[in-house]
Write a protein that binds this ligand. Structure first.
Ligand SMILES: [Zn+2]
Length: 237
């Protein structure tokens, strides 16, 4: 496969030449650049004609991608109306102005009340909400961990909560130290249990090979479905 880049109608096109029969056009996330896969010997003129013919489709795709990015940016403001998940249930954030410098988060039914001084930044609001998620996890782990340790037959020397950007949990097998992502408080409790069982299982098997899967099937028969749902809803913010 070869890859080249060329300008077209004010845009950058990434062209990949492969052993294929037809051309394929893609608008790639997250920046919306154009990617074309084309047969090895196809002429540039033919590729450009193909692009021209599909300009409308490309523009629609790029517009939709931009709108989604704008929506995402908006939902990261931690303002009233933003939807947040708590243990798999949708809650609406309600931001209230604090009298002094106090700040607090509490859940009332399907509302998450965030009380902050009005000069609090989006980042500070997010940190408060994340701190609350951390508390939710910390409250259930003392019960859940021993239960999972019994199922797996291994004990963690330490179990900590961290805010991680790309993974649900980690396990340091040498120190038997399990770290869980605080974001897990957003999803169904079964997801937290699955991740905990997964990390503890690494104390038997370090990789994710067949031996690991055999154990997971035993400890958490539904783990494939739970993992799929969790990753489909993943929101590391
Ligand atoms: Zn793993």
């Amino acid at each position: 496969m070869t890859e080249e880049i060329f300008p077209f109608a004010g845009q950058v096109v990434h062209l990949r030449r492969k052993r294929i029969k037809n051309m394929y056009l893609r608008v790639q996330k997250p920046d919306g650049h154009i990617e074309i896969s084309a047969p090895l010997a196809m002429k540039r003129a033919q590729i450009e004609a193909f692009l021209l013919k599909n300009t409308g489709w490309v523009q629609r795709k790029q517009r939709a991608m931009k709108e989604r990015a704008a929506q995402r940016a908006l939902t990261c403001q931690y303002l009233t109306g933003q939807k947040l998940l708590v243990w798999g249930e949708a809650c609406e954030l309600v931001v209230r102005k604090a009298k002094g410098r106090e700040a607090s988060v509490c859940r009332k039914g399907d509302r998450l009340l965030l009380t902050v001084p009005d000069y609090a930044t989006a980042e500070q609001r997010r940190d408060l909400v994340n701190g609350w998620y951390r508390q939710q996890l910390a409250a259930v782990i003392p019960k859940l961990l021993p239960r999972c340790e019994t199922i797996v037959g291994k004990k963690a020397a330490e179990c900590r909560i961290r805010n991680m950007k790309t993974r649900w949990g980690t396990c340091n097998v040498v120190k038997a130290r399990v770290w869980l992502n605080l974001q897990l408080a957003k999803y169904k409790p079964e997801a937290l249990e699955y991740v905990m069982l997964h990390e503890l299982t690494h104390l038997w098997v370090h990789n994710h090979g067949p031996a690991f899967k055999v154990r997971m099937d035993k400890y958490c028969p539904d783990w494939r479905r739970i993992r799929k749902e969790l990753n489909a809803n993943a929101d590391f913010s």
